[in-house]
Design a protein around this ligand. Structure first.
Ligand SMILES: *Cc1c(COP(=O)(O)O)cnc(C)c1O
Length: 245
């Protein structure tokens, strides 16, 4: 058995244990396999173990893999990285989800560029949950107006919120961050009882998935615990550059 297969089993057990401990229904947390920097063959191995949702952060690299894996039916591609407005078109055309929308301009372009023959693009608003000015994500106070804007765009379907809390804080602080994201989603749902698709909290990674599930995560985004440590991507400088509006 390959080690990816062992890792998948292990991560599934962690999710299942945390879900049960939280008293949540067994199937209420989806595993998104974060495959950035990983090869198409590694994704094939994971798909053979039954994983269907894959998360990518770099547009060019992602498109190569989407292309190479076209023969695999039923894969669902999620874009989770910082998205520059000049790179929205291929994302609108090839992905099912974008977790990292943090401004109206990117939402407008995804809406305009989503092909008419595809279902609406599923969207999460990325929230800068620690309030750090160097990070991507909209502020907590801006969530409502951005949600209202996205809700008015017919080719997008607002599904919920995403956050990447700073990992350099205690487990208790991290859990507080996740709780804040959950409360923000609950407030939105109360304000918009007509938005029936607002069902997603995208939070929790390899090191903190248990806290995230305890606080209501519906999608955990797991890379390292499935595929092992990542090689450092050459593109890191672009990744950090993009976030200052
Ligand atoms: C890389 C990445 C992950 C996965 O992180 P791991 O610690 O490897 O599980 C999750 N979410 C986002 C947005 C990422 O960029």
């Amino acid at each position: 058995m390959s080690s990816i297969a062992d890792n998948i089993r292990n991560v599934r057990q962690r999710i299942q244990k945390a879900t049960l401990a939280a008293g949540r229904p067994a199937d209420s947390v989806h595993l998104l396999a974060v495959s950035k920097t990983r090869s198409a063959d590694e994704i094939r191995t994971a798909a053979a173990e039954g994983l269907t949702r894959f998360g990518e952060s770099y547009v060019k690299e992602a498109l190569e893999k989407v292309q190479a894996l076209q023969d695999l039916k039923g894969l669902e591609w999620h874009f989770i990285g910082p998205l520059q407005s000049n790179k929205t078109r291929p994302v609108a055309e090839h992905f099912e989800w974008v977790h990292s929308v943090d401004r109206a301009k990117v939402a407008d372009r995804l809406n305009d560029q989503r092909p008419a023959d595809m279902p609406p693009l599923n969207i999460c608003i990325q929230v800068n949950i620690d309030g750090e000015d160097t990070k991507s994500g909209t502020t907590l106070t801006m969530v409502e107006s951005l949600a209202n804007h996205i809700g008015s765009l017919p080719r997008l379907r607002l599904r919920g919120l995403m956050a990447i809390p700073n990992p350099d804080q205690s487990a208790e602080q991290l859990r507080q961050r996740f709780a804040t994201l959950r409360q923000t989603l609950e407030t939105l749902r109360e304000q918009h009882p007509d938005w029936t698709t607002l069902d997603t909290l995208s939070m929790g990674m390899s090191d903190d998935l248990e806290s995230a599930v305890t606080e209501g995560a519906t999608i955990v985004r797991i890379g390292t615990a499935l595929f092992g440590a990542r090689p450092k991507p050459a593109k890191t400088s672009c990744e950090t550059m993009e976030h200052n509006p």
